[in-house]
Design a binder for this molecule. Structure first.
Ligand code: NAP
Length: 442
């Protein structure tokens, strides 16, 4: 790996990269099939990623014709790595076994281990024989939409493909490693003004928020829309907040501390609700919904901006979903991509149908949406929301912090990159953007 790192740092040519030997094994963060039942009977919050995420050598798989080997400079923690590490809501070894039945190349994914991680920035080392638009030495970021694009179901919107999967979550050979195996159509140009770790934290969360709010497949936010954003300084919420500000909407941001509220105010957000201070109890002691508390939230939103939300950016799930469906405006849209606090959700359908509301399910982003979201990062119009950086060896601790909501924005992870701050090739744009690049930095 040292030879590969030297080539990257010395700006070697495409031929030099193509001549580098690919190692037989590489360092990777992985979970073990043999441990998938290790947490049986343990409450979710007590399942500890520091125990189940291992860092060690795994064999390098063969390269399929439509794939590249990527030297991973940096990656990031997504909530899906927490899900992988606690084997909830299901162990991902089942989906990988099903993937393995699709083709002889897909069979590689069914291993006794899974290399996790759904984000990466790095350098292309080798391209498969069918790869046309990328070459060794290219500096890239990776989005996690893993699709068989020969299947007709993928042709209109690749997220609608029956075989759509999230790379590094429902597939093997993910990004929390020194080397990754990536389909060529997951590659996007690395934003030149960003460091390796800043470039690695965006793709999954940024693209998800883009589809939910901006794309025709999501809530189709327009100028002046009031958007209620739960977890507005979390991974997806922090990008959602930027999209609302950029798109001329009015964000009403919910967070759980004064420090997080302060980050938002510095970003230019006027309306912030501290849910810890407000102390909402959307359920009573018997677990029954309390409509009075939904109404109190609605009143708080109206008190801030004078209106009900046109859109609710929903992902906490069970704990907030009933309230989200209640407070959204007549004719408004709740767009949801997750259910962190529980996926069996209830709402009062009377308010839903009588007020002609809409509910939109959303999941990651198609190729075009991921590319557009990356383009906005590259132009300096949307910014990374990285708060901390951990070395690969401490991925378990980083995932533990995300599991316990101890973080803000995104946590970057250094793989081959020996230190923070490397990889910038457009210092002029970086200087122009100044503090906007560091709004979340601790
Ligand atoms: P994150 O960084 O942990 O942020 C989530 C935020 O939600 C937290 O900052 C927290 O903010 C807030 N929150 C947590 N529990 C809450 C509750 N019970 N009530 C209200 N707010 C709560 O996670 P993320 O990366 O933003 O991801 C959020 C969810 O979306 C995860 O379940 C993830 O798996 C999912 N996701 C799905 C997709 C997809 O493609 N479908 C893509 C990305 C993420 P405060 O404590 O400050 O309020």
């Amino acid at each position: 790996m040292q030879e590969i790192l030297d080539a990257i740092q010395s700006g070697a040519s495409a031929d030099d990269f193509a001549n580098l030997a690919i190692p037989d094994s590489y360092r990777a963060v992985h979970v073990l099939k043999a441990e998938q039942d290790m947490w049986a009977g343990v409450p979710s919050k007590e399942k500890d990623p520091r125990t189940s995420l291992h860092v060690g050598e795994v064999p390098t798989p063969e390269l399929a014709p439509d794939e590249v080997y990527l030297a991973v400079m940096a990656s990031s923690i997504n909530f899906n790595t927490v899900w992988s590490s606690i084997f909830e809501p299901v162990s991902t070894f089942g989906p990988m076994a099903r993937l393995a039945r699709e083709s002889s190349w897909a069979a590689r994914h069914d291993q006794p281990y899974q290399v996790v991680g759904s984000d990466a920035s790095g350098v292309v080392l080798r391209v498969g024989s069918a790869v046309r638009n990328w070459k060794p030495g290219d500096r890239v970021t990776v989005h996690c939409n893993h699709v068989d694009d020969q299947d007709q179901s993928a042709h209109d919107d690749s997220m609608m493909a029956t075989n759509q999967r999230i790379w590094g979550y429902e597939t093997n050979f993910g990004g929390l490693a020194d080397l990754a195996v990536v389909k060529a159509n997951q590659l996007m140009p690395k934003p030149e003004h960003l460091t390796w770790e800043e470039a690695a934290v965006n793709a999954l969360c940024n693209s998800t928020s883009y589809r939910m709010l901006v794309s025709r497949n999501g809530a189709q936010m327009k100028q002046g829309d009031v958007v209620l954003i739960w977890g507005a300084t979390g991974g997806i919420g922090a990008y959602a907040t930027q999209y609302v500000l950029n798109g001329g909407g009015i964000p009403v941001c919910v967070v759980s501390s004064a420090d997080k509220a302060q980050i938002l105010r510095k970003m230019g957000v006027e309306h912030v609700i501290d849910r810890a201070a407000a102390d909402y109890h959307f359920f009573d002691e018997n677990g029954v919904h309390d409509e009075g508390e939904w109404r109190r939230l609605g009143k708080d939103i109206r008190g801030l901006c004078g209106e009900d939300p046109d859109i609710v950016f929903e992902h906490p799930g069970r704990s907030t979903f009933g309230a989200s469906m209640y407070v959204v405006k007549r004719g408004g849209t709740v767009v949801t991509c997750a259910a962190t606090s529980g996926f069996m959700m209830e709402f009062d359908n009377r308010h839903f149908w009588m007020r002609l509301k809409r509910l939109v399910g959303s999941h990651f982003a198609n190729y075009k949406e991921a590319w557009e979201a990356n383009r906005l990062i590259s132009k300096g119009m949307i910014h990374p929301v990285m708060s901390q950086v951990f070395p690969l060896e401490q991925t378990g601790e980083a995932a533990f912090q995300v599991h316990h909501n101890m973080h803000e924005g995104k946590i970057g992870v250094l793989a081959l990159s020996p230190q923070e701050g490397l990889g910038v090739t457009n210092p002029e744009l970086r200087a122009k953007l100044g503090d906007k690049l560091h709004a979340f930095r601790r």
